[in-house]
Design a protein around this ligand. Structure first.
Ligand code: COA
Length: 336
């Protein structure tokens, strides 16, 4: 089967940084509580910047990093699209000057980036495209209940993007294997209850269009699903935990990632984390963490990576990746 290699990476953040101290001025919380329970010290909340704006900036950086100005396909993972209809990806493709390429959104909440990687890998391996721009972009600040201290402190806005290209099988620096899963029975763990078609046919349904989460249950489920999915994809790849140089988990919570590493019997020093600076950026979190790691010199060509994510749906997914020789710029801070 055709191989798939990563050839570029980029990211973008809105330039409005919100510290834990800022939030303590808005609600009954404290820097100590937020850092202790989550590891998060700050996040970026856009004022007017849309998900599409962030996706365009991240996409441009990824194309520059890959030294190319065209791709055959754009796959955008988001739960906070610019409009309920249409998808955000076609506008992003047009604004990037990519012409009439296939472009669509993937909705798998915080697992969205791994799902989008899987979709793009399928297109490339199946010969439907030779190159793809895969973007995870979110503006959770637009759906958060800013009076709900148990959710508002966790999430931030941002976008991360990678360029994938078809390659000869066995080419170094490839996206190896992927594991995906879901359990719709648990959809109420992380959700926006109202605003969709369900409430129209279910009188009395919760019509709130604000984000809601059952934090403790999410914590437990996330650890279990990410660990199981990681084990599955490692098996499929013929790798063991000892083969891994780095684990890049969805940046949900420092304690969740620590527990996943423990379950895999991996040293916690292999965890790549940037959630202290950007919070949980949902579908953008894995590419933004990868970008931070490459621009700070942590990642080297040939390193073996495990990516793993958990999100609303519930959904989960993991991938194995051999890191390429790639040059990238830090995330673009865009005026908001
Ligand atoms: N500041 C101060 N106190 C807070 C608070 C905040 N921001 N949020 C909740 N609390 C309080 C609660 O009201 C509760 O008080 P009580 O004991 O008086 O009732 C207490 O802290 C403990 O709340 P609890 O929800 O049990 O805390 P927790 O240890 O489970 O931590 C989360 C809460 C949300 C940080 C944790 O459950 C978590 O990280 N879950 C996973 C969330 C996640 O990663 N979601 C995205 C996945 S894709």
């Amino acid at each position: 089967m055709t191989g798939v290699v990563l050839t570029g990476i980029g990211g973008a953040l809105p330039d409005n940084h919100v510290s834990n101290a800022d939030l303590a001025g808005l609600m009954d919380t404290s820097d100590e509580w937020i850092r202790g329970r989550t590891g998060i010290a700050g996040r970026y909340w856009s004022r007017t910047t849309s998900t599409g704006d962030l996706a365009v900036a991240a996409g441009r950086r990824a194309l520059d990093s890959a030294q190319r100005d065209e791709v055959d396909l754009v796959v955008l993972a988001t739960t906070t699209p610019d409009h309920p209809c249409p998808a955000t990806a076609p506008a992003v493709a047009a604004r990037l000057g990519l012409g009439p390429v296939g472009a669509f959104d993937v909705a798998a909440v915080c697992s969205g980036f791994v799902y989008a990687l899987a979709v793009a890998k399928g297109f490339l391996a199946g010969g439907l495209a030779r190159s793809a721009l895969v973007i995870g972009a979110e503006t959770y600040s637009t759906i958060l209940d800013r009076e709900d201290r148990s959710t508002a402190v966790i999430f931030g806005d941002g976008a991360g993007a990678v360029v994938l290209c078809a390659a000869e099988p066995g080419t170094p620096a490839s996206l190896e294997h992927i594991d995906l899963g879901s359990n719709g029975e648990d959809r109420q763990l992380v959700w926006v209850p109202g605003g969709g078609s369900y409430e129209r046919t279910h009188p009395g349904a919760d019509r709130s269009t604000r984000f809601a989460m059952l934090g403790r249950e999410v914590f437990r489920t996330a650890v279990t699903r990410m660990a199981q999915s990681s084990e599955a994809v490692l098996r499929r790849s013929g790798w063991t935990t000892a083969d891994l140089d780095w684990i890049v988990g969805h940046q949900a919570n420092e304690r969740i990632l620590g527990a996943v590493a423990d379950r895999l019997a991996a040293d916690r020093s292999k965890l790549i984390m940037n959630l202290d600076r950007v919070g949980n950026t949902s579908a953008a979190s894995i590419p933004l963490a990868l970008l931070d790691a490459v621009t700070s010199g942590l990642l080297a060509g040939g390193d073996r990576l495990l990516l793993t994510a958990f999100g609303g749906g519930t959904t989960w997914g993991s991938a194995t990746l051999v890191w390429p020789e790639v040059k990238a710029e830090p995330a673009d801070l865009i005026p908001t």
